[in-house]
Design a protein around this ligand. Structure first.
Ligand code: G1P
Length: 297
C-alpha cells in the first residue's frame, strides 16, 4: 500500500455567504490577507508538505479561482518591460506546474464529505490530504507538513486538532479521546457539530486532514449527518467502527478562522504585523487606536 501523500483536495465550492456582498462576485478563497488570497496560503502549505497534485472541488461562480492559477503573459511582459523584477518573482510564485491542478465540480451542495468524495477518481487508491482554506495556520513548520511527517511514522487517518472553549465546540467536529499521547491523540469517536453541552471533549477538528483511502470508501455510503449533510467527520468516524485507528494531531502554530469576519480581521492584523515592510506603520496605527479607545472609556 502506498503511504506517501502527494495529493491534496481543496474543497472550495462553498458560497461564502458570511462575506456577502463581497462574495457576490469574488470567491471567498480569493479574498486577501494583506496581499495574497486565502487559497495561496493553502497551496503554499501543501507544496511545502510535498504535495504534487492539487485537486480543487469547485462550483458555479468560481472561475476567478481557476484564472488565479493561470499564467498571465500580458502582465508578465509588462513587468519585464518596466524592469520590475521583484513583482515578477511574486507573480511567478503563484504559477503551478502544468497538469498539477485539477478542477472538479460539486454539482450540489451536499456537504464537505460529498465535496471530498467528488475527487475520488483523481485520488485513486492512495492516501490523501484535505485542506480547508478557511482555516489559515501560521506556523514555523507548515501544519500539513507536521501532519504528513507524523502520518509517515504512524499511518493512521489523522485530523488536525485544537482545544476550543466549550461554548464554541458545537461549531466543529469534536474528538472523543481514547488516549492522549501529547501531540498525537488516539480517538474512539468523532461528532460533527455536537449540540451544546454534549461535546465529548473540547478538542476540535481543524481543517487539515491526512486520510487513508478507506475514508473515501466510507463516503460511498452517502450517509446523511449533521445539518442533513454528508459529513467528512462521519466518514472518518466510520474508520474507528471498522477497527482502523484514527488520530488527532495537536499541531504547532496559530490558527485563524478566516471563515468568520472577526477571524479574518485578526489574521489580517497578525499577518500584517509579520511583514517587515508594514509592521511599524501598522503597529503605530494600532497603538493610536488603542489609545483613543481607552481614552473614550
Ligand atoms: C468543517 C468541518 C468540521 C471542522 C471545521 C474546521 O466545518 O465539518 O468538522 O471542525 O470545518 O474549520 P465548517 O466550518 O465547514 O462548518
Amino acid at each position: 500500500m502506498k503511504n506517501k501523500v502527494t495529493k491534496a483536495i481543496f474543497p472550495v465550492a462553498g458560497l461564502g455567504t458570511r462575506f456577502l456582498p463581497a462574495t457576490k462576485s469574488v470567491p471567498k478563497e480569493i479574498m486577501t490577507l494583506v496581499d495574497r488570497p486565502l487559497i495561496q496560503y493553502a497551496i503554499d502549505e501543501a507544496r511545502a508538505a510535498g504535495i504534487k497534485e492539487f485537486i480543487f472541488v469547485t462550483s458555479r461562480g468560481k472561475s476567478a479561482l481557476e484564472d488565479y492559477f493561470d499564467h498571465s503573459p500580458v502582465l508578465e511582459e509588462e513587468l519585464e518591460r518596466k524592469g520590475k523584477t521583484e513583482l515578477l518573482d511574486v507573480l511567478k510564485q503563484t504559477y503551478m506546474d502544468s497538469g498539477a491542478i485539477a478542477y472538479i465540480r460539486q454539482h450540489k451542495a451536499l456537504g464537505l464529505g460529498h465535496a471530498v468524495w467528488c475527487a475520488r477518481r483523481l485520488i485513486g487508491d492512495e492516501p490523501f490530504a484535505v485542506i480547508l482554506p478557511d482555516d489559515v495556520i501560521a506556523a514555523e513548520k507548515p501544519c500539513l507538513q507536521q501532519m504528513i511527517e507524523a502520518f509517515e511514522e504512524s499511518p493512521a487517518s489523522m485530523v488536525a486538532a485544537m482545544e476550543v472553549p466549550p461554548e464554541k465546540a458545537s461549531a466543529y467536529g469534536v474528538l472523543d479521546v481514547k488516549e492522549d499521547m501529547g501531540s498525537v491523540v488516539s480517538v474512539k469517536g468523532m461528532v460533527e457539530k455536537p449540540k451544546p453541552g454534549t461535546a465529548p471533549s473540547n478538542l476540535a477538528v481543524i481543517g487539515r486532514y491526512v486520510l487513508q483511502n478507506s475514508v473515501m470508501e466510507n463516503l460511498d455510503q452517502m450517509k446523511s449527518g449533521a445539518g442533513g449533510e454528508i459529513q467528512l467527520t462521519d466518514a472518518i468516524a466510520d474508520e474507528i467502527t471498522a477497527g482502523r485507528p484514527v488520530h488527532g494531531f495537536r499541531f504547532k502554530g496559530q490558527r485563524f478562522d478566516c471563515g468568520s469576519k472577526a477571524g479574518f480581521l485578526q489574521a489580517t492584523v497578525s499577518f500584517g504585523l509579520g511583514r517587515p515592510d508594514l509592521r511599524e506603520e501598522l503597529l503605530n496605527y494600532l497603538e493610536d487606536v488603542m489609545h483613543i479607545e481607552h481614552a473614550a472609556q
